[in-house]
Design a protein around this ligand. Structure first.
Ligand SMILES: [Ca+2]
Length: 446
């Protein structure tokens, strides 16, 4: 019965002849009822201009360039946040992160309650509420085996452990960053942050290589059943450290090594899928969680203005490559305006999974875009980071801080945001400011 249902779901998604996705799925020799594995690789602080396939010349990224040549490369993909945590919340919930419930862990953990009593200044006892519906949770419910390999950053305390949010397996760290060799947290509580499931367990090795090893191992162990692998890499987030702890190099050389290591990891994941004959049964998504934050003087965000933390494009326009050999037509570039939160509905639909009835998702299913069909159109998007905010409508973007508007640009004409059109377009400014206020009310910020 279940198999029949799945076949029906897939037939509805991909009628043969309706586009490359449907036709390819059959051409690939798969049963129409086969649901794809999902591999989602998230880079940490990788800038828009850091890959060769995005015009970068600073770093060698042959594996990612090849992935783009074999899939779709998105030129107008945005992280929901200009920083790690909001983007990761949006990725897992399919909603604007401003809608998420964040819980003060004093309510959940006696350990933290005591620590906070002793040290009221510590701010690390928070996490995403257990009531949130997550992508891992709905995929698991639909029969997928789920793993987070890498960075969590949605809560530090044990109460917020990723295996409480739909992940069957976890290898990696829960905080914002770790020393790439000792695996001691460099943010927050400066203690060992390297987990094997629910146990702290340190080991020798360099983050990028260890995470790659665990990701390829997960693929090998689950080749017979649908899986969701969320590989959340540590690179190229600081601290800037290369794979050899004894070698000293300039920050820029080390940063390049970290990006090239990330690229090699993607190559290893693709090779593992190929080795287990899973390439044509796997949707692979690669993107970054926010704009680049390179060492001084290193170009990482291409011609975009701003960097991590900024409402300008360099803060949140990021590389995104989607590949599914034999199903998605290769070598295409798409200018569709997408955001991290769109991954949830897209992946869930492909997996035959869904959020509970009536549950609101802000993200849009971009499966039609992958099929080279009209997709998301001139949509409205929002960002908020502290007091600064941005609203996008079609090619226009308005940036403000609190009640003040700061800039208005047309990104089609001026992707570098070099000319502020605020004084020339008072009606557009007012209209977009109203959109921002309405959105703030909708997500519960006013
Ligand atoms: Ca980040």
């Amino acid at each position: 019965m279940r198999q029949i249902l799945l076949k029906l779901v897939f037939a509805l998604l991909c009628p043969v002849g309706s586009g490359s996705l449907g036709a390819g799925a059959v051409a690939a020799g798969e049963s129409p009822g086969t649901r794809p594995n999902i591999v989602l690789i998230l880079a940490d602080d990788l800038g828009y201009g850091s890959l060769g396939c995005y015009g970068g010349t600073e770093f060698r990224t042959p594996q990612l360039d090849q992935l783009a040549a074999g899939g779709v490369r998105f030129t107008d993909f945005h992280s929901n946040g200009a920083m790690c945590t909001p983007t990761r919340a949006a990725l897992l919930t399919g909603r604007y992160p401003q809608r998420c419930a964040w819980v003060d862990d004093a309510e959940l953990s006696p350990v933290f309650r005591e620590q906070r009593r002793q040290n009221p200044a510590q701010r690390w006892a928070w996490g995403i509420a257990r009531t949130e519906v997550t992508l891992a949770g709905v995929l698991r419910e639909a029969g997928y085996r789920t793993a987070l390999i890498g960075k969590w950053h949605l809560g530090y305390d044990f109460a917020f452990h990723p295996q409480n949010y739909g992940f069957d397996e976890f290898r990696g760290y829960v905080g914002g960053a770790v020393d790439h060799h000792t695996h001691v947290a460099t943010h927050g509580l400066k203690q060992l942050d390297w987990w094997n499931g629910k146990e702290l367990e340190n080991e020798d090795g360099y983050t990028t290589e260890l995470l790659t090893k665990y990701a390829t191992d997960f693929i090998a162990r689950h080749r017979e059943r649908p899986f969701f692998l969320y590989l959340a890499h540590a690179a190229p987030h600081d601290p800037w450290q290369g794979r050899d702890p004894r070698r000293t190099a300039s920050p820029s050389a080390t940063y390049a090594e970290m990006i090239e290591g990330l690229d090699a990891s993607v190559g290893a994941i693709v090779a593992a899928l190929r080795q287990h004959q899973l390439e044509r049964r796997t949707l692979l998504i690669f993107c970054s969680d926010n704009g680049g934050a390179p060492p001084r003087g290193v170009p990482a965000n291409g011609r975009l203005k701003g960097r991590k933390g900024s409402m300008e494009e360099g803060g949140h326009r990021v590389p995104c490559i989607v590949s599914w050999p034999g199903v998605i037509a290769p070598g295409r570039t798409s200018a569709a305006t997408l955001m991290t939160m769109d991954i949830f509905p897209t992946v869930a639909r492909l997996a035959g999974a869904s959020a509970p009835q009536g549950h609101l998702l802000d993200g849009l299913d971009f499966l039609p875009v992958l099929q080279n069909q009209p997709g998301v159109g001139d949509r409205e998007l929002h960002w908020l980071f502290g007091e600064t905010w941005a609203v996008r409508q079609g090619p226009w973007k308005l940036i403000g801080r609190g009640e003040n508007v700061l800039s208005l640009v047309n990104l089609d004409d001026d992707p570098s945001e070099s000319r502020n059109a605020l004084g020339e377009q008072p009606e557009r400014r007012d209209r977009m400011l109203r959109l921002h206020r309405k959105w703030m009310e909708a997500v519960g910020n006013r």
